[in-house]
Design a protein around this ligand. Structure first.
Ligand SMILES: Cc1cc2nc3c(=O)[nH]c(=O)nc-3n(C[C@H](O)[C@H](O)[C@H](O)COP(=O)(O)OP(=O)(O)OC[C@H]3O[C@@H](n4cnc5c(N)ncnc54)[C@H](O)[C@@H]3O)c2cc1C
Length: 509
């Protein structure tokens, strides 16, 4: 007999034994069990528990109050591509990749234009930048196969509820990711695994007749009678469906779109620093004495100050702070981790809300100029890619640390200790100073005097939105999707935006 049941279990207990005990079954009466969902409940540090949703198969009927209905979502049906013209996608980040996968399965044979390189070559460029400070402005931590999602932490959780999220996670698994992402409350792949999963998805697109042109930049376009001519560094292509999955770092491409008067609007975003702690201390804060039974802990914190919110974002347990700029002589921080999250430090963005009124002077792209100035100033502090930084104690006391103490920074180009006031706007500094002690009340140790603040974190979300109605921009042949369009943020929501666009186009069948 098959059941889906809810079960809570202290994390140091054995799952099979707990099932037998709670369901009053003898070992021979339990045929099999499978985890459908798993989350950790650490609200009570004296009794940290797993919350499970399990599918169990028993030889006898059970009498248990945690039996649940668990309907299987409808499988995603992809109908044939209804148009004669081949779609062109710009950008092979999560949005372009998943739009490309669905289009390839629909028989559309999409052409994908990507300014960066395939993962294996891109990896060499990223290493070259981290080791020797030689930056390739087209192939780096944000540009290239897999987009900004490749050299990332690979967190896949989202607050959005959509039946297609299961599809996205299943595709990652089909192409090589560990199946635990299908059950975890906080699914995570890691950059080492993404490095082969993403090319595997791209290879399926190619096997179905799709084509990917790497080292090819979308430079301009021209509206024709009932199509658009896509002009790239590697030839021109006519299409009725130009899907822009640009991400939010391609300022040059946004400038080109603005020249064509594509309707865009400025939006709120957030900027700040990366904060680094010792992962072991975060584990203890979150899980108490149960930490040794559990994977590296994460956290998500926020506080709402009088004028604006301060929050943590993209927390990377056991991760590394990375240099994620695409323009020379700028500094941009972000975080990544490997699948095992084996690094000694935890890092997270610590961000302050930026409202349109903080920067808008009348041009929808003003947000790019606002963050661009900060990124340049950050570089100029040391002029050698060392990132401006301070330790929490000195930052709160308006002093400057001279060197790291108990925590070794992971940023690849070294740190330049300074007053962060010299780099970030006053409202950001003021908000961070007010927020850090408050956040420490939610996570003990957050304001560890030795924790490192490394700047500048400026690319957590897009400063601009490309207006769209039913996915169509103000040019009817152009469909903006993903993070760069301003409607998604993160790997899963960007991929989801790509999936939803294609399903919308296929409805025209
Ligand atoms: C270091 C790092 C870690 C991150 N960690 C996480 C995480 O753990 N979880 C999470 O959810 N999110 C994470 N993010 C954010 C996430 O990666 C992005 O939200 C996501 O990749 C956005 O997807 P996208 O497809 O919209 O755009 P992108 O991934 O930015 O892809 C856009 C692609 O378009 C290409 N492109 C741009 N302009 C042109 C042009 N003119 N011609 C040709 N090609 C062009 C770029 O080269 C790029 O490959 C991280 C980001 C970074 C940088």
């Amino acid at each position: 007999m098959k059941y889906v049941i809810e079960l809570k279990m202290q994390v140091d207990k054995n799952l099979k034994m707990t099932i037998l005990h709670k369901l009053k079954l003898k070992p021979q009466e339990l045929i099999s069990f499978k985890i459908l969902r798993e989350s950790i409940d650490a609200r009570n540090k004296e009794e940290v528990k797993y919350n499970y949703l399990l599918e169990i198969n028993t030889k006898k009927k059970i009498n248990y109050k945690g039996i649940k209905d668990w309907p299987n979502p409808e499988p995603l049906i992809i109908s044939p591509w209804p148009f004669a013209s081949r779609p062109v996608i710009v950008g092979l980040g999560p949005a372009g990749l998943f739009a490309g996968l669905l289009l390839a399965r629909s028989g559309a044979k999409p052409l994908i234009i990507e300014r960066g390189e395939e993962v294996s070559k891109r990896k060499i460029k990223v290493d070259e930048f981290f080791k020797n400070k030689i930056l390739d402005s087209n192939s780096n931590v944000v540009f290239g196969e897999g987009g900004a999602g490749t050299f990332s932490d690979g967190k896949l959780q989202t607050n959005i509820n959509s039946p297609y999220i299961k599809f996205i996670l299943e595709e990652f698994v089909k192409h090589g990711a560990n199946a635990d992402i299908l059950v975890s409350n906080y699914p995570h792949i890691g950059t080492d695994v993404l490095a082969y999963v993403i090319p595997n998805i791209r290879k399926e697109i190619e096997a179905l007749g799709g084509e990917v042109k790497f080292n090819t930049t979308f430079l301009d376009y021209q509206e024709e009678k009932d199509a658009v001519l896509v002009k790239t560094s590697n030839g021109n292509f006519l299409t009725k469906h130009l899907i822009l999955a640009l991400g939010h770092s391609a300022k040059d491409t946004f400038l080109m779109l603005a020249r064509h008067n594509i309707k865009m609007s400025p939006k709120n975003f957030a900027i700040g620093v990366r904060i680094e702690h010792l992962q072991a201390k975060i584990n203890t804060s979150q899980y108490g004495k149960f930490a040794r039974y559990l994977p590296p802990a994460n956290y998500k914190l926020a506080c709402h100050l009088k004028e604006r919110s301060v929050f943590t974002f993209c927390m990377c347990p056991g991760g590394y702070v990375v240099a994620s700029q695409n323009e020379a002589n700028t500094i941009v921080t972000n975080g990544m981790s490997n699948n095992k999250r084996e690094g000694i430090n935890a890092n997270s963005a610590l961000l302050v809300e930026v409202n349109v009124t903080d920067y808008y002077k009348g041009n929808p792209l003003d947000g790019f100029n606002f963050i661009g100035e900060i990124e340049k100033k950050a570089f100029q502090m040391a002029n050698n890619y060392a990132a401006p930084a301070n330790l929490v104690k000195e930052f709160l006391d308006s002093e400057v640390a001279t060197s790291p103490r108990s925590i070794n920074p992971t940023y690849p180009h070294g740190l330049h200790f300074c007053q962060l006031e010299e780099v970030l706007p006053e409202f950001v500094i003021k908000s961070l100073k007010e927020a850090i002690p408050l956040l420490n009340k939610r996570l003990q140790g957050f304001s560890d005097p030795d924790a490192i603040l490394t700047g500048v974190e400026t690319r957590s979300s897009s400063p601009v939105r490309i207006e769209r109605t039913n996915y169509q921009s103000s040019c009817p042949y152009i469909y903006p999707i993903g993070e760069g369009s301003g409607y998604a943020g993160g790997i899963t929501t960007s991929a989801l935006d790509g999936v939803k666009l294609v399903l919308e186009l296929l409805k025209k069948n």
